[in-house]
Write a protein that binds this ligand. Structure first.
Ligand code: NAP
Length: 280
């Protein structure tokens, strides 16, 4: 009997435009690992059925994106501390007995990218309090930033993220802004966009020029388009800035290491997503 090849993948809805498959498949082929990474678009209600099919399809691990990062939690046999603290998993490893172990490599990806950019923030403003923001705020709290102020259009989300962080991390002063203007960007050294606003051509720029100042680094989690209106504005003012492609890369690098137990070929994965993003 021939064994089915090991399968990995990404679950989410939608996942059509994801760069994860090109990044992981490039890494598998560079390390001559006989495995394939596929995109699994799961419509609402299809998560349980997918999880029941893991053994039959020989799926040995998968990444999780919107909207399943929280929904997958009850199915995990083991949750790493970061998954428990963030309340979301984006990487799941399936062991030989079919048990699921969840990791959060989004927060590690963001941390690693900031390190690469040599950004050492102290006072941070973040727009968005959804899934990605949770991981980013956790990373910033772990870095022991002095201040972190959160704004989301949905006040319930910003407040619940604030409460959670405030009870878990003593060394950071957390705040919630009820309007973008209240983020006091003029006093911050890092501004993060963790909303989807900027992905579409007609999207507004959420930030006005008023608070932009030379000491500010602007980080937009969006990577497609490579340059959002926010990044264009930052560049116009001569500010250091970055899109989220590096975070995407490094969350994939850490996930790959969990999947295979091998050191990820970072440069090859980077080249694959840089090529892939141009085609989006
Ligand atoms: P999400 O869970 O939907 O969170 C986005 C949050 O932003 C929601 O709470 C949303 O509120 C809020 N929001 C929407 N419009 C807003 C506005 N005008 N002002 C303030 N808040 C607003 O999405 P996500 O998964 O966190 O993803 C957010 C972005 O990050 C996406 O563009 C995604 O592609 C990107 N991302 C990048 C990476 C990376 O590796 N670079 C990783 C993950 C995500 P409502 O729900 O009320 O609309």
């Amino acid at each position: 009997m021939t064994l089915k090849p090991k399968l990995y993948g990404l679950i989410g809805f939608p996942v059509r435009h994801s760069l994860s498959a090109c990044m992981h498949n490039a890494a598998f082929s560079a390390l001559k690992i006989k495995a394939k990474y596929k995109l699994f678009e799961l419509k609402p209600g299809q998560l349980k059925g997918f999880l029941n099919s893991l053994k039959q399809k020989n799926i040995r691990g998968f990444n999780v994106t919107y909207p399943y990062k929280e929904e997958v939690l009850p199915y995990l046999s083991t949750k790493t501390p970061s998954v428990k603290e963030i309340g979301a998993a984006n990487t799941v490893v399936v062991d030989n007995a079919g048990r699921l172990k969840g990791f959060n490599t989004d927060y590690l990806g963001f941390t690693q990218h900031l390190k690469e950019l040599k950004v050492k923030p102290e006072r941070v403003a973040i727009i968005g309090a959804g899934g990605a923001a949770k991981a980013v705020c956790f990373a910033l709290a772990k870095m022991k930033v002095r201040e972190l102020c959160i704004y989301d259009i949905d006040k319930f989300k910003s407040l619940s993220l604030f409460k959670r962080l405030n009870s878990d991390f003593e060394q950071t002063r957390f705040g919630v802004a009820t309007r973008i203007e209240d983020l006091a960007i003029g006093e911050k050294d890092l501004l993060i966009n963790a909303t989807p606003v900027g992905m579409h051509q007609h999207d507004p720029c959420l930030v006005s020029e008023a608070g932009l100042h030379q000491g500010l680094f602007v980080y937009d989690l969006i990577y497609s388009p490579a340059e959002t209106k926010l990044i264009t504005l930052a560049k116009k003012h001569g500010l250091r800035c970055s899109n989220g492609l590096g975070m995407l890369l490094y969350q994939g690098v850490f996930a790959f290491q969990h999947f295979t137990g091998k050191k990820a070929p970072v440069k090859i994965m980077q080249a694959a997503i840089e090529k892939g993003v141009k085609k989006l």
